[in-house]
Write a protein that binds this ligand. Structure first.
Ligand SMILES: NC(=O)c1ccc[n+]([C@@H]2O[C@H](COP(=O)([O-])OP(=O)(O)OC[C@H]3O[C@@H](n4cnc5c(N)ncnc54)[C@H](OP(=O)(O)O)[C@@H]3O)[C@@H](O)[C@H]2O)c1
Length: 282
């Protein structure tokens, strides 16, 4: 049987690395990962890489994902998140490759009391969210064999939210987290597993893939402290949104539920599993 050839961009980022780790163990796949060595904003570099790697599937994890940085660097944010996605989509179309493109709950503006489905109209409020939506639109317009996967509050790997909370606790620093931001923490490993399941499925379009249930950042931070053996009371809740608003960016995994392809686990259960595996509790 011929091996699937997979090109992962942003392969040393949080999600890219988890997918690499998962797929490189499988004999059925020939996987190549790139980062800034193939700048996705460079159309020629993308086309040359397609010629060299000849992938059946491209997984685009390359992104400018720091929302605060994006707010102050709009051109750079759109160049990577929108033009980069455009370059990959056009190249995938030309080579008849499937494009799996990672996106975010930030394409919604955070005003929802209910979970947003794949059929809700995105109305981003941040530069990051707008640039990611522009990337999604290029993907939809330029290549029919695409899968857009949106997730939220992704943890796992160096520099993630869990590490930042635990480093502060270790140093005895003050820890604060917003009481007025609500979403669903989701692990890179769960996302990587879901993406592996989708590789050989003839499923196209947008899929939401967040862990089930929701919490405030405050509850999330306290749960991390508790699971790592620290006193949860080390963390204090703050209010970050203006005028008493609550920023809720809940994704409803409606496509997953309708197709029955994959069950995302409850966020707390997955966080417990992850922390039990990677974080020492002494
Ligand atoms: N993290 C989350 O909470 C979250 C939630 C929902 C959705 N997502 C989505 O998931 C995807 C991956 O996120 P992540 O958290 O894994 O991001 P990440 O850790 O910041 O990784 C992004 C990777 O892209 C690389 N990159 C940046 N600009 C590039 C360019 N021009 N060409 C090639 N590579 C480039 C980065 O390289 P350098 O580090 O060397 O710059 C980095 O390795 C993104 O689409 C993001 O929107 C993330």
């Amino acid at each position: 049987m011929q091996k699937e050839s997979i090109w992962i961009t942003g392969a040393s980022g949080k999600i890219g690395k988890a997918i690499m780790n998962r797929l490189k163990k499988q004999v059925d796949y020939r996987v190549v990962g790139t980062d800034l060595d193939v700048d996705i904003t460079d159309q020629d570099a993308v086309e040359q890489s397609m010629d060299v790697y000849r992938p059946n599937i491209v997984i685009n994890c390359a992104s400018l994902s720091d929302a605060y940085y994006c707010e102050d660097h709009m051109i750079e944010a759109f160049r990577v998140n929108a033009l980069g996605a455009r370059n990959l989509a056009a190249a995938c179309r030309q080579h008849n490759a499937k494009l799996i493109h990672l996106s975010t709950d930030d394409v919604f503006c955070g005003d929802g009391s209910h979970g947003k489905t794949e059929f809700d109209v995105p109305t981003p409020r941040t530069v990051y969210g707008k640039s990611k939506l522009a990337g999604e639109n290029f993907v939809k317009e330029l290549t029919p064999k695409h899968l857009i996967i949106r997730s939220s509050w992704v943890y796992g790997g160096k520099g993630d939210y869990i590490s930042s909370i635990l480093e502060k606790a270790e140093r005895g620093e003050e820890i604060t987290a917003p009481l007025d931001q609500i979403s669903s923490p989701t692990s890179t490993e769960e996302l990587a597993h879901f993406i592996e399941v989708m590789l050989d499925k003839k499923e196209y379009g947008i899929y939401h893939a967040s862990c089930e249930g929701a919490c405030t950042r405050h509850e999330y931070a306290r749960t991390i402290l508790h699971l790592a053996g620290y006193d949860p009371n080390l963390e204090h809740g703050t209010y970050n949104e203006k005028d008493g608003a609550i920023a809720t960016t809940l994704l409803e995994n409606l496509m997953l539920k309708m197709t029955g392809i994959y069950d995302m686990p409850p966020w707390r259960e997955e966080l417990e599993r992850y922390m039990g595996k990677y974080i020492k509790n002494d």
